[in-house]
Every structure is written in C-alpha cells, then in structure tokens.
Ligand binder design. Structure first.
Ligand code: AMP
Ligand code: MG
Length: 533
C-alpha cells in the first residue's frame, strides 16, 4: 500500500520550537574516527529528505547524552536527525569495511546508508552519532542509501529494548520519517534512525584492511581500537593484538549468552554486523522468539537456517575466527590467534549457565544444573512453549506477585479428593498449563523445586523477586512491533511511544500493559521479516 505524507501526531511530537540560547544544540563534539584519515572513510554530506516529521524519540537516551530536552523537540533537531542540516562541529563520513555474508567472503561493503556525524562528548565519554538511511554513499553499491519506516521503527524500539534488558547494544536516539517514496517490494516511505554507540567499528573493518593487504592501515585501526576501547591489551603480556582478539571474544561470548537467555535471534550475524565492542548492532530481521524452537529462523531470507537461534553461539565463534584471521598479519604466528580464541569455549558456556541458572532462581552454578536447564528446554521445544511467558510464570511459581493474585489456596474438603480442583478458582495462570505433557513438566518441576530448596537460606519471595529481574515480562515480539508500525504508517505514532515506554521497564509488573505481555495472536506466525529494509 502506498502511504504518502503521514500526518503528524502532535500528542507525541510537539510542535517544533525555535532554537534559542536557552535550548542549546548538543555539544561539544569530537571525531576520533575521522582522525584515522581518509583511508578509512569518505567524507560526505547526508542527502536531505523532504517534509520530515518525528516518529519517536528516546528521551531517556537524550538525557543520558546530556541533550537539552527543549532542543531535542526543536525543528533544528528534526532537521539534524533527518540529515537535512549538519551542525558546524560535525564531520559527516561513511566508513569502508568488508565482510563475510552467510559464510561467504563478500568483499567490500561499507556504510551504504549510514553516515557518522561525529562523537558527542557526554558524561559517559564520547559517543558516536550515526544517521541510518541518510542517503547514498560511495559504498551504497546497488542500494538507494535509504531505510524504510517499518525497519527503522523496529531498529529504534529494539535498540532501546535490548538496553533496558541489560544487553550490550548500540542505542537509538530517535526516528524521523518523510513522505519521500522508497522502493522495496512495494513503495514505502523513508525514515532515518539516529544510532548511538561508543564505536560502530565492526569485525568487517579489520577484514577489509587485512584482505586487501593494507597492513599499515590494519595496524593503525587495531591500535586505535586498543588505545580507545581496550587499553589493558596494550599492557598485556605477549602480543597486544592477540590480547585484543581475546578480549573481543570474551565480550562477544557474553553478548551471545545474553541473547540466548532472552530468546533473541539476531537474524544476520554476518561479520560486517559484528561489533568490535561486543555490542548488538544492525537490527534487521531480528526476533524475540514466541514459541520456543531451538532451530527457529527469524530471517525469511536465511533459507539454510545458518543463523537459527541455537546456532548463534557457534556462528559468533566462526565470526571471531574471521576476525582472528584478519588480525594474523599483526601476530607472530597462527598459534597466538588460536590461543586467543580458545577462551570463548569456556566463557560462553559459563555465561550461559550463570544466566540460565539465574532465570531459574539459582544463586550459583552446581553440577547437574546444565541437565536441569536442558531438560526444561527440551520440554519447551516439544510443546512449543512460549519462551518469555514460561520463564515469567516460573517466577510466580516460586512466589506470586501482585494484589490481584490470591496467594492462599483453599484447603481440600475431607472426603472429596477433587475438592481442591472444584473449589479453587484459577488464582493465576499456571506454568503447568503451558505444557501438553503435564506429567513430564511436573517431574521436571519437582527436580527444580528440590534444587531451589537445597540452597542455603532459601527465601521464596526474595528468589522470585530476583528471578523477575532477569525474566522479562515484556519483550519486543514481532506482532507488537507490527501493530506499532501499521499505526505509524497510518500517521499515528502513539503506539510506538507506548511500546518504547513499556520496553524501557521490561521487568516491571505495570498496570495497563497486559496486552503487551500476553501470548502472540495467531497471525504473528505469518509475519515474515526479511533482509529487505
Ligand atoms: P545489512 O544486511 O543491513 O547489514 O547490509 C549489508 C550491506 O548492505 C551494508 O554495507 C549496508 O550498508 C548495505 N545496504 C543495505 N541496505 C542498503 C541500502 N538500501 N542502500 C545502500 N546500502 C545498503
Ligand atoms: Mg549491516
């Protein structure tokens, strides 16, 4: 459907205010990446878009970055974050990188539609601010340099949702839209996401300079990353670049363990989408799983299932191997790279165990916990149990929450073995009801309860509360995103804002958000998300 000129929703996007000395533009700015020199990028200007309007803003991120809220609502901000105006202190550029896509060397790629404006100096240190969808670059290849509204909303919401879940991720400050038509499978409209991260350097940047034999630039890039982001590697015993590889491996392992623990599928784990800082970046056909299926493939374009949920930890390792290969010219021998990759095999399982244990209320990891988790996952897979709802209900199983929950069960009347069943109204949704094989679940639950109660000083209420801090109630399910997108395509951005607010507090029991915390509707299974964005 062609939707041109979506009307502004003034309830969400207040009328533009003129910039004034009372609402100064953000600053100061620096640009350490630009200091690397033109081998690494092409300086260029964003291409303006007509009649921009606000789609969504993360006020929380704006505050963290020290951006004046009044300026953030100004027309100047709208123009800047659409790429229509460049502040004097910015130095827009597109960087060059290469990468392996779906297991094959793809050669040069680069920022085909991302433009790095500079680094905003914030209380957390310098933060790169990047526009995605701001026009053609020398690396656009066959693309148009644009991003469409639907994928921009998904990236915006997911960046902020992942952050609130505690997952290392790039952030998203805002999305703006324009009636400018963009051709995908149909004609859609353009949008720009403003992304924020300490650095957007990818594994693919290293692959680019290594594979093209530019080893001086490769070393310069590695030194840049070490000096600014991994200073301890400079002082590590042995080769600093091997130390860098090891540090990146550890961060990547921790990141993927977090993905697995919330049922997050990235969808396109190509090496050009892997952050050197171990951040989740480039949100495309991602998905938070509904029904648990270890082989779940969220990317409709991934016909072979290379990036299926259960394969993500191995794929991350494969990608680190590519990074190791790219860094080889800076090492003394291959052994150094292989040794640096080795810890991944310990860090990932340890992180995974710790996180899955915490989800079950286990304060530490013991022998047998792996098997406990594995049996649950097998039961969940067999019965296609909803990933998020299952873990959230397990919290209530330990100790219920909320005033609406009746905590006292009626005692069975003597002589009536089924009296409990007859008398007790459903007090709260039970975990057991999520399974078809209820006896199998009961057997598992007994093992779990025994393990919980074996913990010294076990306190059910405190354990349930701790579990609620790691088992989210609300995640960005595909259908929730889809509803917000369709409303936004019709010109109403209220649903984007409401979802952003709910996703900012994913662990809280908040009233009025039951529709965001429930099972997906049947039509959710028909949503197909591909690389088209
Ligand atoms: P992705 O699969 O989104 O990570 O993109 C892979 C590569 O294609 C990156 O180099 C992107 O910059 C580039 N790319 C994707 N979509 C477009 C587009 N519409 N215009 C220009 N480049 C694009
Ligand atoms: Mg990408």
């Amino acid at each position: 459907m062609i939707r041109m000129n979506p009307p502004l929703n003034h309830a969400v996007a207040p009328a533009p205010e003129a910039p004034s000395p009372e609402c100064p533009a953000p600053g100061p700015w620096t640009h350490r990446f630009a200091s690397l020199g033109p081998t690494f990028f092409t300086a260029l200007q964003p291409t303006p878009l007509p009649a921009p309007h606000w789609v969504g803003t993360s006020e929380a991120l704006g505050r963290e970055l020290g951006i004046d809220p009044a300026w953030m609502r100004s027309d100047e901000a709208l123009q800047v974050f659409t790429g229509n105006r460049v502040l004097p202190a910015m130095q827009p550029l597109a960087s060059v990188y290469s990468g392996h896509q779906f297991g094959h060397w793809a050669g040069q790629l680069g920022d085909g539609r991302a433009i790095l404006l500079g680094e905003l100096v914030t209380p957390q240190g310098p933060m790169e601010v990047q526009l995605k969808g701001a026009g053609l670059t020398p690396y656009s290849r066959m693309g148009d340099g644009r991003a469409v509204l639907r994928s921009s909303i998904r990236e915006f919401l997911c960046s902020e949702a992942m952050h609130a879940l505690g997952n290392p991720t790039s952030r998203a400050l805002c999305v703006t839209g324009s009636p400018a038509p963009v051709r995908r499978e149909t004609i859609e409209t353009a949008a720009v996401v403003t992304r924020v991260a300490p650095s957007f350097i990818r594994f693919g940047h290293f692959e680019h300079f290594s594979h093209s034999g530019q080893h001086v630039a490769l070393k310069q890039l590695a030194d840049f990353v070490i000096d600014h982001f991994y200073p301890a590697c400079r002082h590590a015993s042995g080769n600093p670049y091997a130390a860098l590889l090891e540090a990146v491996s550890a961060r990547t392992a921790a990141m993927v363990a977090q993905w697995q623990s919330v049922g997050f599928c990235h969808g396109v784990m190509n090496t050009d989408n892997m952050s050197i800082l171990g951040l989740t970046i480039d949100y495309g056909p991602f998905q938070f799983m509904d029904a648990f299926n270890p082989m779940h493939i969220c990317n409709h374009s991934d016909t072979g299932g290379r990036y299926a949920f259960i394969r993500q930890p191995n794929i991350a390792y494969w990608n680190l191997f590519c990074l190791g290969q790219a860094l080889l010219p800076l090492m003394d021998d291959q052994r150094q790279a292989l040794d640096a990759l080795e810890p991944y095999k310990a860090v990932f399982p340890a992180e995974q165990q710790r996180r899955m244990g915490a989800k079950l209320g286990l304060a530490n990891v013991q022998e047998g916990d792996d098997a406990l988790v594995e049996s649950l996952m097998q039961l969940m897979a067999k019965d296609a149990v909803d990933f998020t709802i299952l873990f959230r209900r397990l919290c209530d199983e330990v100790h219920p929450v909320g005033p609406h929950v009746q905590t006292v069960r009626p005692e069975p009347v003597e002589g009536h073995p089924h009296a409990r069943l007859q008398q007790a109204q459903p007090e709260r949704p039970s975990v057991r009801d999520l399974f078809l094989q209820r006896e199998a679940f009961d057997a598992w639950a007994q093992r779990w309860r025994d393990r919980l109660q074996s913990q010294p000083g076990f306190d059910a209420a405190a354990t349930a509360e701790a579990m609620r801090q790691v088992n989210p109630r609300i995640v960005l399910r595909n259908h929730l995103g889809q509803i917000a997108i369709e409303r936004a395509q019709a010109g109403d951005f209220g649903a984007v804002d409401r979802l952003l607010n709910a996703l900012a507090a994913p662990f809280d029991e908040r009233e009025g958000e039951d529709d965001l915390a429930g099972f997906p509707p049947d039509w959710a299974q028909q949503i197909e998300i591909s690389c088209s964005s």
